[in-house]
Design a protein around this ligand. Sequence first.
Ligand SMILES: NC(=O)c1ccc[n+]([C@@H]2O[C@H](COP(=O)([O-])OP(=O)(O)OC[C@H]3O[C@@H](n4cnc5c(N)ncnc54)[C@H](OP(=O)(O)O)[C@@H]3O)[C@@H](O)[C@H]2O)c1
Length: 341
Amino acid sequence: MLERILMPTHSREVRLASRPKGEPTLDNFAFATVEVPDPRPGEVLVRNVCMSVDPYMRGRMNDSKSYVPPFQIGHPLEGGAVGRVVASQDKRLPVGTYVQSFLGWREAFVAPAANLQIVDVGVAPPSAYLGILGITGLTAWAGLFRIANLKRDETVFVSGGAGAVGSAVCQLARLHGCRVLASASSEEKVAYLRDVLKVEYAFNYREGNPLDQLKTGAPNGIDVYFDNTGGPQLEAALYALRTHGRVALCGGISGYNTPVPGPRNLMLAIGKRLRLEGFIVSDFLKDLPAFLAEAVPALRSGKLIHRETVVHGIDAAPAALLDLLHSGASNIGKMIVHLAD
Ligand SMILES: NC(=O)c1ccc[n+]([C@@H]2O[C@H](COP(=O)([O-])OP(=O)(O)OC[C@H]3O[C@@H](n4cnc5c(N)ncnc54)[C@H](OP(=O)(O)O)[C@@H]3O)[C@@H](O)[C@H]2O)c1
């Protein structure tokens, strides 16, 4: 029998209207309202309460081959979301259950219950599963411990330090007994890194030369660079890395709109025996339980914090994505679109 509470009959969704050349604009997005059917046996109807805004979505706006297929023009943008089951035809997901999905930037949808993951909102608010307890946190963890093999007492530098992944990197590395240097684009973000996340050295990468900052913050060099940006900060990190240093290549956001040339000093990797390794978090989903076993108690005890920047309503989602893709972005922590309580 269909179990239901206040069921939406229509849902607004964000679609790709056209492919950007260089910097995207709001014209590259379109909105549409679609009917939401009743769920059939084995299905549930979910009303999303929050959606994730992720820089990698920029790459999917291009028509190019990558590790994930491009968004299709006229179709909804795929994106992470957490929502609440409001009608159910599956005993595993009764009405009221909170679930995580990857089924598009939309207000509501019907899907097979088997395609959705339950999230425990008794542990943390729904949006935390898009941030510190979700892909964001796992990305930081995998990059530090599976790719860079971070060891206690080492010195790690992370660019994009005040963003979602970056602020998780700062916290996880500090909890591991490491010394952390982090960069961001404004005094407010630097103060957040220094005063709230308690990193040992935070700097504004837009003021002066990042290498001078790294020399000041780590006169003996760094062991690990967690790269969120590529560009000039990757180049500076290659100079600052010690022999046998490691680089976790997580993202290259400085080149997402307009590609930037690779580091001019890559040859340093030979003499210093550096290891640079790219990674994609989806290869580490099997590690999510191990990560959560560490992260949930740390969040509960206050050793980890989840900070987010929230915009309201689905209409605000495209502008939030465009914002993230700029140096000087407004977000501290995870960028979230709030849709419903
Ligand atoms: N490999 C993976 O599986 C994986 C998974 C998730 C995320 N990522 C990558 O990780 C990085 C961080 O993602 P996130 O979700 O945590 O986003 P985020 O850091 O919360 O937001 C992006 C940040 O990038 C910075 N930025 C934008 N343009 C820049 C530029 N030209 N130069 C330097 N910094 C710039 C902005 O911070 P400032 O204003 O402080 O510069 C902005 O806040 C991205 O590169 C993303 O693609 C990779």
